[in-house]
Structures are given as structure tokens and as C-alpha cells.
Design a protein around this ligand. Structure first.
Ligand code: NI
Length: 181
């Protein structure tokens, strides 16, 4: 079977992410944050197994690094120097703009993601697939409902990039109803 991504590139990106996110935990939990990055990259690898025309290395590096600009001291320039411009641009598009009002941030990010190659759309789909697990215990119903609706917005905006990830996200959105009382 022909593989469209490299283990060495995966390792380099995961080492960078592990250093950058060191000490961070999953929301409402003691589990290291890096588990989220392994979930997102796993979803990408599953999709790349069937959608072989995609640039696997671009997708996987952006999956592993997708939160480093948003959540750590890592800069765009640093990612550009170490991983190249395409990766840095992808990660930046996946980064929320905190200067905007919170309710505008998702639409703004999706607009920027849509200007990127489809591999970046795939990262956003995989990110939300991974995040539609049981919500943190301190979320209220309003937040949970809103998070599900945001999932639908991501699905509707980016589904063309990957029928594999789109159908997986659709089933996660359906299952998430169980958390709405
Ligand atoms: Ni994420």
C-alpha cells in the first residue's frame, strides 16, 4: 500500500508540539494536552488511507501543530523556519483571532481556513471530530448546544475537503445529542 506521509516528519512535528504544549492539560482533566494532537492526527491518518490524492505530510504536520500558535509561546516565524511556509500558513489559519469578539472567531477562522489547501480543511474537520467527545464537566447546557451547532457549521463549511472525515463528523454530531438533556 502506498503511503502519502512520512513517519520522520510526524516524529519531528510531534516532538515540537510536545515541547510547546509541555505542562498543558486537557480541559477539566489531568490528562496531558498532547493526547488531543494524537487524536487529531490519527483521524487524519485514517482519512489519508482512503483519500490518497491528499498531501499527507502537509495534513499531518498541521494536525500536530494546529494549536501551537493559539495556545503556546510558539510564533508563526518559528513554525515557518522549522517546518516551512505552507505549514505555518495552515496553522495560522487554524488559529483563532483573539482580537475579535468571541462569537465572531469561528466564522473568521473558517473563512481563513477555506482560503487554504483542502488538507487544512481536513485538520479542522478532524479537530472537531476529536472534540465531540464527552464535554468537560463544568460546561452548561447552553455551551454544549452551542458547541454542537458550531460542529454543524464546520461540517457545512468544510465537508467538500474529505468525504471520509465529513461522514465521521456527521456521526459525531449525531452522537453528541446524548449530552443534551
Ligand atoms: Ni484542537
Amino acid at each position: 500500500m502506498q503511503q502519502n506521509w512520512s513517519q520522520e516528519i510526524y516524529i519531528k512535528a510531534l516532538e515540537k508540539a510536545a515541547q510547546a504544549h509541555q505542562g498543558q492539560k486537557m480541559p477539566g482533566s489531568e490528562i496531558p494536552y498532547i493526547i488531543h494532537l494524537s487524536f487529531v492526527s490519527m483521524e487524519l491518518i485514517a482519512a489519508l488511507n482512503v483519500e490518497k490524492e491528499r498531501d499527507g505530510n502537509l495534513a499531518i504536520q498541521c494536525a500536530i501543530l494546529h494549536d501551537v500558535i493559539e495556545d503556546t509561546a510558539t510564533t508563526f516565524e518559528e513554525i515557518k523556519t522549522e517546518f516551512g511556509e505552507a505549514i505555518a500558513n495552515g496553522v495560522l489559519a487554524l488559529t483563532k483571532d483573539n482580537s475579535l469578539e468571541k462569537k465572531l472567531q469561528m466564522a473568521d477562522s473558517l473563512r481563513r481556513v477555506k482560503k487554504q489547501p483542502p488538507e487544512i480543511w481536513m485538520v479542522k474537520l478532524a479537530d472537531r471530530i476529536s472534540n465531540l467527545q464527552a464535554p468537560p464537566h463544568y460546561w452548561n447546557q447552553e455551551k454544549i448546544i452551542q458547541y454542537r451547532e458550531e460542529g454543524i457549521q464546520i461540517y457545512e463549511t468544510l465537508k467538500e475537503a474529505s468525504s471520509f472525515l465529513a461522514s465521521r463528523l456527521a456521526s459525531k454530531i449525531e452522537d453528541y445529542k446524548a449530552f443534551i438533556k
